[in-house]
Structure formats: structure tokens, C-alpha cells
Design a protein around this ligand. Sequence first.
Ligand SMILES: Cc1cc2nc3c(=O)[nH]c(=O)nc-3n(C[C@H](O)[C@H](O)[C@H](O)COP(=O)(O)OP(=O)(O)OC[C@H]3O[C@@H](n4cnc5c(N)ncnc54)[C@H](O)[C@@H]3O)c2cc1C
Length: 384
Amino acid sequence: MPRNLYAEEHEDFRASVREFVERSLKPRVEEMISLKSIPRDIWLEAGKQGFLGMDIPEEFGGAGAGDYRFNAVLAEEWGHFNAATAACFGIHADVCPPYIVDLGTEEQKQRWLPGIASGEKIIAIGMTEPSGGSDLAALKTTAVKVDDGSGDWIINGSKTFITNGYQCDLVIVAARTDPSKGPKGITLFMVERGMDGFVNGRKLDKVGQDESDTAELFFENVRVPDTNRLGPEGGGFIAMMQRLPQERVGAAVSNIAHAFQIFRETVVYAKERKAFGQSIGMFQHNKFKLAEMVTKLEVAQAYVDDCVAAHAKHQLSPIDAAKAKWWTAQVQSEVLDECVQLHGGYGFMNEYRAARAWRDARVTKIWAGSNEIMKELIGRELGF
Ligand SMILES: Cc1cc2nc3c(=O)[nH]c(=O)nc-3n(C[C@H](O)[C@H](O)[C@H](O)COP(=O)(O)OP(=O)(O)OC[C@H]3O[C@@H](n4cnc5c(N)ncnc54)[C@H](O)[C@@H]3O)c2cc1C
């Protein structure tokens, strides 16, 4: 079905992203897998190409695009390449910048945004803790104001499963500043590499997404000046809730793009691979499976495109973002499982993209709010 989300300027932009993927990313897949991260020079190259600062105003080194469809083009093209790179670039360029652009002071914007746009300062966001991620309001990391008139804070605690956690130079940390106020007692802080007591833990050993850096973060008596507080005291929880819809629609875009790309590659495989004297795709069972897969993908794509268009006009509701996020994760998982099946034994071999994509996709039903949490939000909206 023809899509009508994008205009010529988005397609021109897409061509430049594709060229970057072909030239700078594809030849280095094995290196990224062995490093479990995107090499620094690729971050810098992405920054130079203008791919890391779509939401960052021009005066701070970004593109100041003011049109979410450009972020969506990036999410699609990273998703076509692989899910892990989509996650690392997505957290850095799509999820984190709005926190600083919307909540930061002029001085904070000048201090951090140019480095984020150029790729010199890799950023992460630390919400999830070892004790839990779904119940964000129950987080245990604390920030206590020092009683010496300096206004400084002392942060103690830890975060886990943090994308870009090992490499990050900056991390947005959600910490409890007032234990008596529940969600209203949570505040955001920018913690910077080199601050005493801040330790980037090991890169975690994951089931999939080998190319991405996912790590624990430790904070032991980290002294942070008040000028690193992002937004008002007690405003952290609402700030996260307000920005999660963008994270979720971005995830939905990349889920569908990722599954669609592997589906296309599977169609080629199903035409080439022969059994019983014919292409495996010609068996009615497989033909019907492929027909079901493309239908699921296109129907989901249409909903996601509507969400992107709504978000570009600042009209996307958190509930619609939640629907897009869980549904695309589900479709992605079903489609990729069938792609593996159609590849037979090769579908279980890591050298095949279908195998890696299937492993990589498993987490999309868990992160950025699990499918159960998305349904909880949708159910509440229905009055339950
Ligand atoms: C690769 C990876 C990258 C990640 N990147 C980041 C990141 O950059 N920053 C960050 O802050 N976090 C990140 N996360 C964390 C992720 O967002 C959490 O794992 C997720 O929110 C779930 O939290 P949890 O793992 O603590 O599971 P739990 O909250 O312990 O949940 C366990 C299970 O219980 C279910 N459950 C919980 N509450 C309910 C309920 N009310 N109703 C029904 N079921 C429920 C959940 O759906 C889940 O199935 C990442 C995770 C992974 C695996």
C-alpha cells in the first residue's frame, strides 16, 4: 500500500542516511558485535552528517528540524540495518535530547547539546534499577541535598540495562529527592563521566542485540552541583511520563522497519531456496504465511504512520503511542519467528540476518514499558 507520510525532503534525507549505512555501518557489523557497541568514530561521523541532532535547535549545533518525520526516517533506516544500532542512536538522538531542550537552562543547553549533536558526548538515560523498571515511581536511587549552602546533591544508587551505559559521557539519572512524596519526589540530574563515584559497569551479556552497549551504572556518593539538576525538584516523574510517548512511537517505527526489512529478505530467500523441485515459497502453506506476514506488517505500518503524523503535529496521545508500541512489538515477534521458520536450519545460524533479527527483537516486548504495562495504560483509559 502506498504510504503518504513522507514528502520529498524526507526521502532526500533518507537517501543520505542510506548512503551512510552502506558506507559506514554495513562494513563494520562484525567489529560492532565484537565491541558490543558503536565505535566512537562512527558516532562522530553520524554527528557530522547531522543525524544526531534533529530535535536540537540550530543555535546548539543541531538541525532544529521541528518535524518528527525526520526522526522517523532515521528510526526506519537504523531499523532496516539492525535493531541494536537503532536502539543506541535512538536513545542518544531521539529519546534524550528533548529532556535537555525542554527542561534545560540556557547554560545547560550550551554545555551539553552541541556535544550530543556532534557525537562527541554520548548520552544515556537511567530510569530502570536492579529492583525494577516497570514501577518507575518506586525507584530507589537517592539524591540528597548537601547541608553546606553549596546547593550540591549527593547521589547514591544504581541503574541497570542502560543503553549506551558503558560508553556514555552523560547520563540523565532519575533519583528520589523526597521520599515522602512518591512520584512527586523524583528529580532528574545530569551525571557526567569523570564525576567521583560514578562508575560505568560492565557491558551486559545479552541474548540478542550484540552490537549494542547495555550496561549497569553505579553511583556512590556522587557529588553533583545544582546546575546539573534538569528541570524542577520533584518534576522528574512527570518529565519522564511526558516524554515516553516519543520513545514509544520511535520504538514502534523501528520495530516495523526492522521486521519489514527481514521479511523482504525472506521473500528473496523463499524464491531462491528449493525443496521437492520448487521454491519453498510456492508451497501453499508458505505462500499463505508470507501473505499473512505482509498483511500484518502493512496494517501495523498504517497505524504507526498515523501516530508519526500525529506526533509531528504534537497531537499523539500517550495511549495511542502505547498501542503502537506493544502491537508492533507483537507483530515484529510473530513475523520474525516465521522468517526463521522459512529459513529452515539456516534460520538458526547466527550468520543469517533472520536468526539475529529474531533474537534481537525479543526485547522489544520488554523495554521502554513492557507489553503488559502498555496494556495496563490502555486498560486504564477504558475505565478499568
Ligand atoms: C536491552 C535493554 C535495554 C534497555 N535500555 C534501557 C535504558 O536505556 N534506560 C532504562 O532506564 N531502562 C532500559 N531498559 C530497561 C527496561 O525498560 C526494563 O527492563 C523494563 O521497563 C521492564 O522492567 P524490569 O526489567 O525491571 O521488569 P519488571 O518490572 O520486574 O517486570 C517483570 C515482568 O512483570 C511484568 N509486570 C510488571 N508490572 C506489571 C503489571 N502492573 N501488570 C502486569 N505485568 C506486570 C512485566 O511486564 C514483566 O513481564 C532496557 C532493557 C533492556 C533489556
